[in-house]
Design a protein around this ligand. Structure first.
Ligand SMILES: [Fe+2]
Ligand SMILES: [Fe+2]
Length: 297
């Protein structure tokens, strides 16, 4: 089989430990040459020389992506803090790490250690959103239309954090809770992917998260993200402010992501918001819905 390669930014590769996988340079279209073998060190001196030659990225073999992302995940905080790196690029790194994390997280029912890993990624994300005025916008631009459970959960997570920031004026720890609530809202579906109709994923997920000792709002969001403001939702048919706040937040952004991802041909965010408003009249807390529109301005 032919080897395929992915370009990676230079940041995240520098660390005290040698890079565990080989790095390549692209010398022409579809031509890669070995730059550093596996287990070779990469220091600031190497990076300086690459920069002076105009090289902005190196390449890894696609089979090394797992090792690459776990390395970057460890350095995520520092990478996101690098103001000399364009915001878009940092958002890109975050997206890559977060997708990889979400795929690991929801491959099977997650354990506590994996959730802690998610928590660290959410913490780094909240830092970017709170520090940089354009942080959320940059993250949103790198989010692709989501289809699988992992990418859908991640999209809901980032959107829930953005919405919490704007409507709750949330601090870092509240943003992390919003992020986890989004990431884990459908955890009850894991292991039941064959079911077309599975309303019990709400209570099943909530019970599981409660058993792991996750914060109450995270548990509540799993249970109540299909409740509707007008009482037409499930599992309890709760109405209005009886629906826990994080359930309302996750419920809104979850429905948005479904509407946005389902449009064929693809539509823009504002068209998706319009479709959402028409198709789900009365289903959401007005204050949240208004905040959600502001989030995209
Ligand atoms: Fe759901
Ligand atoms: Fe969902």
């Amino acid at each position: 089989m032919r080897t395929t390669y992915t370009g990676v930014p230079l940041s995240g590769l520098v660390a005290k430990d040698p890079v565990p996988f080989p790095l390549y340079l692209a010398t022409a279209e579809h031509t890669w040459v070995l730059y550093r073998p596996a287990a070779a060190a990469l220091d600031e001196g190497h990076l300086g020389r690459l920069h002076s030659e105009g090289v902005l990225q190196l390449f890894i073999r696609d089979c090394d992506r797992g090792a690459y992302f776990s390395r970057v995940e460890h350095a995520l905080d520092q990478i996101l803090l690098q103001r000399n790196m364009p915001l878009e690029r940092r958002a890109d790194v975050l997206q890559g790490v977060a997708v990889h994390m979400a795929e690991d997280l929801l491959r099977a029912v997650p354990d506590k250690a994996t959730i802690q890993r998610a928590q660290r990624v959410m913490m780094a994300t909240s830092g970017l959103m709170l520090r940089e005025a354009q942080g959320f916008a940059a993250i949103r631009r790198v989010m692709a239309a989501s289809s699988g459970l992992a990418t859908h959960s991640l999209t809901v997570s980032f959107l829930a954090m953005g919405l919490a920031r704007i409507v709750l004026a949330a601090d870092a720890s509240t943003l992390v809770i919003a992020g986890l609530a989004g990431l884990l809202h459908d955890v009850g579906k894991v292991g039941h992917e064959d079911l077309d109709h599975d309303p019990e994923h709400t209570t099943r997920g909530a019970e599981y998260l409660k058993g792991l000792g996750l914060p109450v709002p995270v548990v509540e969001a799993a249970c109540s993200h299909h409740e509707r403001w007008d009482g037409s939702g499930f599992p309890l048919g709760l109405r209005g402010s009886k629906i826990p706040e994080f359930g309302r937040i996750v419920g809104l952004v979850n429905t948005f992501d479904k509407v946005y991802s389902a449009q064929q041909p693809r539509v823009g965010v504002f068209d998706a918001l319009r479709i959402l408003a028409q198709a789900y009249r009365g289903c959401f807390d007005d204050r949240l819905a208004q905040g959600f529109v502001r989030l995209f301005r």
